[in-house]
Design a protein around this ligand. Structure first.
Ligand SMILES: [Zn+2]
Length: 549
């Protein structure tokens, strides 16, 4: 500040205001009101979508929700904030809530335990993809500046007795206000709490605090880390002399309805359309995020019994294949195998050290570069290779393909999707699909070169779909129950070389099933069948290639 004594009175008054001590509980109430006023735009938007502001009652309900959630926040903060924890807790929550508000307001995502798992498993490149000036503004005005104020403001010291009593009264009064408000608008709250449960998922910060608790509970809770192998009886019949070479491509965020193979108006699969592939047009993902779908895809549990923590502690398709003597290799141009390939050969292709095809980022096709030498180095046994694509990872779709694949134009050239038109977003997304079409056809070409020595096959399936702005939704990761089909309906296709055993694999029969409904649950058993592995965990009815289903 200026040192000139222009207006000593005003200056000293300003300092006095700055330095004025406040009661810790007042700080809690102010922070709770701040959260409600600035970090919950999406929450109120979602609520107003369901309960439009048509009259006095509905307006009163929206106002009452702000009151109830402020009371809930006050109760949560009163339980977390004590003499030594109040400032660190409030500062951390202000920063986290600002980040959550940005992601919810921009992408309409929900910060649940699955999303937290995704964030924990996201690498720096992906995080940078998401960074923007808008995010910086959110962090500065809703996080950093209020956090600095919380850091600086002096608090009054209360005696232990007074502190406990006033805290208890604050909790009780907040609880009473919340309960009375809920009772006085009973009809609205009955519907809000029963039929529209999912709206609570947008409440900031209460929902992510709950989610962090759930995530930590899942991760470090009762389930132990003891690894349980399955399918220990897995064997390949010695009567089958031919060697299998199977490539399973795990796609990223590709939606079925953007494949021209599935009838999309734009020609996004020009190369695959020329190959003898079998396209399955009615396939549904296990989850709506990589962290769920990828472990689920390789697990025995299937969608109905899937549990993230258990999936990490139990043997999967790759372990069973290894057990049966198959050479298993996982190449990854995505973030990781999400624990699936922890016990098999694994190589990241995210950097130029391993991937020879890198421009602004390393390309999926680079994963094919060293495959021949891997195959040549394994002269016996079947070979099962998994290629985990970068695919259509959002929001920066325009970065997911080299320039020569910019076929559909104009494209969205920013990660701020809401700044682009629907056409621009779709064009950038479809160019990335076009690049996947090229990558898959290159994978097929690679297998063709090995056709003389192997029974070659390729299977492609995406991990989940993607929302491209329909109803204001972007990206993926919504809870399965409320996620739109765009996030769950995934492309899947198979290609077979000329040497396959026609008695084992009935191409005509598979073609007849191309409209049949399948899901990620089928992949585990179909691959076991293709590899001709006999094991007690194999369920023929789930094998897409099995004649009896
Ligand atoms: Zn994914």
């Amino acid at each position: 500040m200026s040192q000139l004594p222009i207006n000593k009175f005003n200056q000293s008054r300003a300092l006095a205001v700055n330095m004025k001590k406040i009661n810790p509980l007042t700080l809690i109430i102010l922070t709770a009101i701040f959260f409600m006023a600035f970090d919950n735009i999406t929450f109120f938007q979602e609520v107003i979508n369901v309960y439009p502001l048509t009259g006095f009652q509905s307006t009163l309900f929206i106002v009452s929700l702000a009151l109830v959630f402020s009371c809930v926040n006050i109760i949560i903060l009163s339980l977390l904030c004590y003499k030594y924890t109040i400032k660190p807790v409030l500062i951390i929550l202000l920063l986290l809530s600002a980040a959550c508000a940005y992601f919810m307001d921009t992408y309409h995502v929900i910060i649940d335990d699955v999303m937290i798992d995704n964030i924990m498993k996201t690498d720096r490149g992906e995080a940078f993809d998401l960074f923007s000036f808008k995010q910086f503004a959110y962090l500065l005005f809703l996080g950093i500046l209020p956090a600095i104020w919380v850091y600086k403001v002096p608090l009054t010291e209360l005696s232990f007795k007074k502190s406990v009593l006033s805290r208890l009264s604050l909790i009780l009064i907040s609880l009473m206000i919340a309960v009375l408000t809920i009772l006085s608008l009973g009809n609205y709250y009955a519907s809000f709490l029963r039929e529209n449960k999912s709206l609570r998922n947008y409440a900031n910060p209460s929902y992510y605090i709950y989610s962090v608790g759930k995530y930590v509970g899942n991760k470090y809770g009762a389930v132990s880390d003891i690894f349980t192998p399955i399918g220990l009886d897995a064997k390949i019949s010695p009567i089958v002399p031919n060697r299998e070479l199977i490539i399973l491509v795990v796609g990223e965020a590709a939606r079925a309805d953007h494949f021209s193979l599935n009838g999309y108006a734009k020609d996004t699969n020009p190369k695959l359309e020329k190959e003898k592939i079998i396209n399955f047009n009615n396939v549904w993902s296990c989850g709506t995020s990589t962290a769920v779908s990828v472990p689920c895809l390789f697990g025995l549990a299937g969608k109905s019994d899937y549990d993230n923590t258990k999936a990490q502690a139990i043997g999967n398709l790759l372990d069973i294949s290894t057990q049966a003597g198959v050479n298993v290799l996982w190449l990854d141009n995505n973030s990781s195998s999400k624990g699936v390939a922890d016990r098999v050969d694994y190589q990241s292709y995210k950097t130029a050290e391993t991937n020879p095809v890198c421009d602004v980022e390393c390309r999926d096709v680079g994963m094919l570069a060293n495959l021949q030498s891997y195959i040549d180095k394994h002269p016996t046994g079947d070979i099962f290779i998994i290629l985990h694509q970068m695919g259509n990872h959002g929001p920066a779709y325009y970065k997911r393909y080299p320039k020569e694949f910019e076929h559909f134009m104009p494209t969205c050239q920013t990660n701020q999707l809401e700044q682009c038109s629907s056409e621009e977003i779709n064009n950038a997304y479809d160019n990335a699909i076009l690049y996947t079409d090229y990558f898959l056809s290159e994978t097929i070409n690679f297998l063709k070169k090995n056709d003389d020595h192997f029974e070659t096959m390729m299977m492609y399936v995406s991990d989940h779909g993607e929302s491209l702005g329909e109803n204001g939704l972007y990206l993926h990761g919504l809870p399965y129950m409320i996620a739109p089909d765009a996030q769950k309906h995934v492309p899947m296709l198979m290609w077979f070389g000329t040497n396959i055993d026609k008695k084992e694999i009935n191409i005509e029969q598979l073609k007849q099933k191309s409209n049949q409904k399948f899901s990620h649950d089928n992949v585990f058993h179909t691959v076991l069948g293709l590899l001709e592995i006999n094991t007690e965990v194999y369920v023929p009815a789930l094998d897409m290639n099995h004649p009896n289903d």
